[in-house]
Write a protein that binds this ligand. Structure first.
Ligand code: ADP
Ligand code: SF4
Length: 700
């Protein structure tokens, strides 16, 4: 099929130094929580991207030397030749589909606490290490000898990259993670020698590393430089004017520029804090200072936005991490004019949380992400149906919809019944809250897919009862009925139900149903993800005076893993929302307003009376399991009704993230009619090869 005229430019090849990218789709380096621990899983993930049409597929950051490693985070390593088989596995996987393989060589320096190697971290100056967890470790200022060593280590890593078959070799100075960026930034670089002071001096290490890499491997490999162009701190940090000045000097030095913002959180903003293409004002203008190709990101999922970036001279290559995770086949779908099949990234950063929690990557939109090898799940292919014929799914939230979509693709006769007049469940409700509108894409994609299938029927406005189920007579019944928020305060801190007065107590479900609090509102957040903060924002928007109370030390504390926590707290404070941390809310003498609820400090037990007109409890949820117990009671009638199984999935099994609900629905669909042995580990594992056994008697 001919590519649509409008999008042809996206499929034009582009020369990058000595190599040629087959098209403009460039999967920039991204972490995945797998790295050296789950090698084949990670190689499979890269292979799928290549198969899906990404012309360039890069690794995550690859630590070049044991003096700079970021344990506990799990990335790749290229410390010595022992790492080569791992790296070749990636290049083989990527090359199978004709894409170029890129490697991001990283020397984290003062960002590497070296908890594993126990080496003293090296940085431009004597300063505390710059890490997520404030390890009590300082970096020492590098001597000239250290710099010479670093240059040699980087060169060795480049040579090994070439030996492993990489086509593009990076020098990494971005996201606050690479040593060249620390040298560039006047905040970290307090040196008085030729590596400190003027811009030229601060850029010296970066320039040397690019030159060394070109000299070592530039004959056959393209040398890319990933650079942070703004720390968003004005003149105190790296900023636009000085980077433009630098580009004027060294614009022609590497074969490719990969532009980012300086810290990962501001670069990989969630949709709550940044639109598609939010980096544009920062990266604009650099391309005009170099003849070399420029790649940049922007959570691009729309081909029109991509084309516009190229036509307006902002970028040459469309960089993507998250859009390629949510839909590894995005380029192919554009090529085949199947735009309605694109699973658009929702910008939730659940993918990032994999890396941050050192667990394999997962994605809200793409339930196969991270499961390509260990479960053999392909994002676009699914096996045909088994011996059963029909499935009734009750509940059209993310779990029910994904289940219907995937079962439909397998060829089952699927009925999806939803009691509301619209599909989407919690996704529909939550996407109406401030900042979460992009989450509706979870619904949009699935609705679009279901509509294409004749074998999936949807009934809206139908609250299904046990009688309906027995009458309907489907072989398999899936309960995807979701969950409801508790109104008794039980969560992580109260484990015994509390009596909060009904008249003035609200749950998120009340708010979704349009029962809105007014006046002075206390939000009690013992859930710790995004919802407490978002509801605080909503109430404030509605004119309430809002106080957010949480037992945690931070507001929305789990959002540290989605890189949002600081932005959320800053935003709430700027909006005038009062924040009280480390406090648990109690009902008071039960009746508001006669007596107020109070908050108790979790350590000192000091009591704060909360003057409020309304209390919103965001604590925990209860699975909606009623239909299952009711069906259990009529088990004798199942045979007559033709029912072979009843299964709860998603939040109705155990409330969790939207990503977990989608995964749960997908998993059910994959496993229907399959023999699953509950005693077997249900996925492949890769175990580190153990060293030959020492002779314990003589070893020491
Ligand atoms: P999940 O995240 O597991 O998909 P949601 O709470 O988002 O769960 O969705 C559950 C959906 O199930 C909601 O849209 C709800 O209206 C629907 N639902 C709950 N009980 C019934 C029922 N008895 N009949 C039909 N739909 C139901
Ligand atoms: Fe996008 Fe969320 Fe998937 Fe990450 S997890 S790729 S942000 S949809």
């Amino acid at each position: 099929m001919e590519v649509d005229e409008r999008y042809k430019i996206l499929f034009e090849p582009l020369k990058i130094g000595p190599v040629v990218a087959p098209n403009r789709f460039y999967q920039v380096p991204h972490c995945n929580g797998m790295g050296y621990r789950d090698v084949t899983s990670m190689a499979a993930l890269r292979a799928i991207k290549a198969e899906g049409g990404w012309g360039v597929v890069c690794t995550e950051q690859v630590e070049i030397h044991h003096t700079s490693e970021i344990t506990p985070y799990i990335e790749l390593r290229i410390w010595d030749d022992k790492d080569l088989p791992v790296l070749s596995r990636i290049t083989n996987a990527v090359h199978t589909h004709g894409s170029l393989a890129g490697i991001e060589l990283a020397y984290n320096g003062m960002n590497a606490p070296n908890l594993y190697s126990r080496e003293v971290p090296l940085g431009p100056s004597d300063l505390p290490t710059y890490t997520f967890s404030n390890e009590p470790v300082q970096a020492r200022a590098m001597t000239k000898r250290d710099i010479t060593n670093l240059r040699r280590w980087h060169r060795n890593a480049a040579l090994r990259s070439k030996a492993a078959g990489f086509d593009i070799v990076y020098v990494y100075g971005a996201h606050g993670l690479g040593a060249p960026q620390h040298f560039l930034s006047r905040r970290y670089n307090q040196r008085t020698d030729e590596y400190g002071g003027s811009l030229k001096n601060r850029a010296r290490l970066l320039i040397e590393l690019i030159e060394d890499t070109k000299e070592a491997v530039g004959d056959t490999c393209a040398v890319a430089c990933r650079i942070g162009v703004d720390e968003l701190l004005g003149e105190e940090g790296i900023h636009r004017e000085e980077m433009l000045e630098l580009f004027n000097e060294i614009g022609e030095l590497p074969d490719l520029w990969d532009l980012t913002l300086c810290s990962w959180d501001i670069d990989s903003r969630t949709s709550r804090f940044g639109e598609e293409g939010h980096q544009e004002p920062f990266v604009t203008g650099f391309k005009q200072l170099t003849s070399k190709p420029v790649v940049g990101v922007g959570r691009f999922t729309s081909p029109d936005a991509m084309v516009s970036q190229i036509r307006r001279g902002v970028l040459d290559l469309i960089g993507a991490a998250r859009p390629s995770i949510a839909d590894p086949f995005l380029p192919k779908k554009i090529a085949e004019d199947r735009l309605e099949d694109i699973r658009e990234c929702i910008g939730c950063n659940i993918c990032v949380s994999g890396d941050m929690t050192m667990s394999p990557i997962r994605c809200t939109q793409n339930p196969t992400m991270g499961e390509e090898w260990r479960k053999g799940w392909h994002p676009e292919k699914i096996h045909g149906k088994g011996k059963s014929e029909s499935v009734l799914i009750i509940g059209g939230g993310p779990a029910g919809m994904e289940c219907a979509r995937a079962l439909g693709r397998r060829g089952y006769q699927v009925t999806l019944a939803e009691k509301n007049k619209e599909l989407g469940g919690r996704v529909t409700q939550e996407s109406r809250l401030p900042g979460l509108s992009a989450w509706n894409r979870v619904l949009d994609y699935r609705l679009g897919q279901i509509r294409q299938m004749d074998n999936v029927e949807t009934y809206l406005g139908s609250e299904v009862t046990v009688e309906d189920i027995l009458e309907f007579g489907s072989e398999h019944v899936v309960l995807a009925t979701g969950s409801r928020w508790r109104n008794d305060g039980v969560g992580r801190h109260h484990l015994i139900p509390q009596k909060f007065p009904e008249a003035n107590t609200y749950t998120p479900d009340d708010i979704f149903a349009g029962r809105l609090p007014s006046g002075k509102v206390v939000i009690y957040d013992d859930d710790h993800f995004y919802l407490g903060g978002v509801l605080a924002e909503l109430c404030q928007k509605n004119g309430c005076e809002v106080t957010l109370v949480t037992p945690a030390a931070l507001v929305s504390s789990w959002t540290v893993h989605t890189l949002e926590q600081e932005m959320i707290e800053a935003d709430l404070l700027k909006k005038g929302i009062r924040i009280v941390t480390r406090h648990v809310v109690h009902p008071g003498k039960i009746l508001i307003p006669e007596s107020e609820p109070y908050a108790v400090h979790i350590y000192t037990k000091e009591v704060k009376i909360l003057e409020c007109d309304a209390l919103v409890l965001v604590t925990a949820r209860l699975p909606n399991a009623g239909l299952e117990s009711a069906l259990e009671q009529v088990r004798d009638s199942w045979d007559d009704a033709g029912i072979k199984s009843v299964t709860r999935i998603g939040d109705s099994l155990a409330p969790a993230t939207i990503a977990a609900a989608v995964y749960s629905g997908h998993r059910y669909a994959r496993e229907l009619d399959e023999e699953i042995d509950p005693d077997e580990v249900p996925f492949e594992r890769e175990l580190t090869a153990i060293a030959p056994e020492p002779d314990w008697k003589t070893f020491w």
